[in-house]
Ligand binder design. Sequence first.
Ligand code: BGC
Length: 778
Amino acid sequence: MRQIALLAGLAYWTGAARDVITDDAHFYGQSPPVYPSPEMVGGNEWEAAFQKAKALVSQMTLEEKVNLTAGVAADSTCSGTIPAVKRLNFPGMCLSDAGNGLRNTDFVSGFPSGIHVGASWSKDLAFRRGAAMGGEFKKKGVNVLLGPVVGPAWRTVRGGRNWEGISVDPWLSGVLVSQTVSGIQGQGVITSTKHYIGNEQETNRMPEGNTSSVSSNIDDKTMHEVYLWPFQDAVRAGSGNIMCSYQRVNNSYGCANSKTLNGLLKTELGFQGFVVSDWGAQHAGVATAEAGLDVAMPGASEFWGNHLVEAVKNGSLPESRVTDMATRVIATWYQFSQDTSFPKPGVGMPSNVLDPHEIVDGRDPAAAPVLLNGAIEGHVLVKNTKNTLPLKSPRMLSLFGYSAKTPDFFNPSSNLLFSQTWISGMEALDSNYVSDNGLPTFGKNGTMFGACGSGAITPALTISPFEALKIRASQEGTAVFNDFVSDKPSVEPSSDACIVFGNAWACEGYDRPAIRDDYTDSLIKSVADQCSKTIVVFHNAGPRLVDGFVDHPNVTAIIFAHLPGQESGPALVSLLFGDTSPSGKLPYTVAKNESDYGDVLDPAQPEGEFVNFPQADFHEGVYLDYRYFDKKGIEPRYEFGFGLGYTTFAYSNISINYIQGANTYPWPGGPIVSGGQTDLWDAIATVSVDIQNTGSVAGAEVAQLYIGIPGAPAKQLRGFEKPFLQPNESQSVTFHLTRRDLSVWSVERQKWQLQQGTYKFYVGSSSRRLPLNGTMDL
Ligand code: BGC
């Protein structure tokens, strides 16, 4: 019989050993203590900021330092505000949501969501999107952008917030989050990479009544190879802030967990910035300070503030910890030169946009191509038969599904709307719009250009597919028929093609009710029965199954349009009419059936003896998504990394090169800087291949490298490049492999270990279309 005892905000397992993961001695389902909290040490790129911060903080009183450790109420719509220390000319800081664009204010853009960045597999676009967002946040006086998201890491297939993150693959997420952090921070805006860590389901994310929040029970190896991996990339890219998460990790709260904060983040990854709590994620006072939390949001609640002053005065907490908290905040502010070149915090975040206020237009016309190309490249074409796409001046197009059009009510400058409905998923939680199977039908709603929650977007303008299609149709002389109301519409027999729009909704606070929806499947089939070329377009916030209709002979094209942001319509039109060739690839696997995903389909529920202490045991270890499908021999419907274009590519000439002189001693020995031991990033090998565009139109191809590391899953993504090639053009691409890319985490040594033996390499266009292979012995 397992029992749980609660102790000072931490829960410990007692009793019999857990019956899962027995091969990892460091998996206890409990979190080992790591104290004291490491103080900021500066060094390298943080040294100058650290010295300035030390000098400023040394002039502060205890009360002034404590004031920096929690949010205050402010006359702005910043999600959180760190107060000023006027006496010392520190103006305070505005922290605001989120990773897909600035929310809760006017005159901003709506960028493609995280899932869309993942589907684009574009480092360049990830960087430029980050830079464009950073520019907007800065103009609006937002010091800290509350994003990007790499937690959730997509463990739970129905997870309600996966779409805010990038991919189910940690390597892909790691590369793209690194670009995003660099892009945003290059503009002088601090990133709050979130939610650290194991924030893998919305169900029971918060404690409620007698039920504690869910505990993500993660063994040490899986923690490093899956969940910590993209955070490590973000820290290495210099992310100045990390947001700790709501749920518990190995039964200790995310913001009170000394192992994950003091241990993994501040020691192993050498993180020099500050840790902020998710909003309301602090559940203890001195314990959270000792565990490594630096700033509590949205306020001190009953834990810090005067109590922290008192705790120092009565000896419960050393003042040095408070000094370190304040130093980390101020150093981060200096690190991004916010002392010299930053607008007044919150200047573009009026407390009520309905009242007269000074307009600060955050948008930059230079970002237009990023918004459009970002939207285009995250669309993934997975089926295209009977020469359906691209469309060639069709005589008549027929459109179905309310997801084609702009929401019936859309007012970008209504603050009320933003805050109450989290606009891009608006009405989704209203039972009037929820169908029998629990999926919102969006009866009055429209295109899901983003999803719902604090990561929603509130763009000044959106263009829906219907609006963009009509403009294009007028240029092409195409007749357009539409019926967005009937569930069994009649189709004009003279239609050259029909497009059925559907959505697969998600929202913070809820896990997705399902990953298919009978209403939309039946609409698709009813149109396909009458229309020989039926194109299905989903705006989807995660995997959406297609086996309800995929074999219908008249369903001739399927596009996962994901969450493209404000340019949803123009992007889709560009692809449908062949102005651009689709180049997105799935950042997740689409299964044939729900059950193919195994236990991780559904969130863990409070049950049995753990009804008040819900436990999510991550017993699948590193075997998520394609690693799991490979291991179990399950045939996916559309595999990870898959996506079609309007041209074809040939792969040839693989060459695998060990870098002469590279150190292949199994263990790294370098000092720790931001991101971990320096030599984890030493180059060990390169893999080069030639790619040729063998079709008749120009297009980009995402060439992917997978590696079978001895003793690890059969193959894991370790490289991708996205060359754009004219017809017949060839290009050689090179993947660069670091020590970390070729290592596995050693639980015994607590280090990354380069393996000895034969490494297998596979290169191709998806995780299952890998025409080239080779080996290398280490
Ligand atoms: C969310 C965070 C968000 C914060 C501030 C929380 O509920 O989990 O992602 O940044 O609110 O709005």
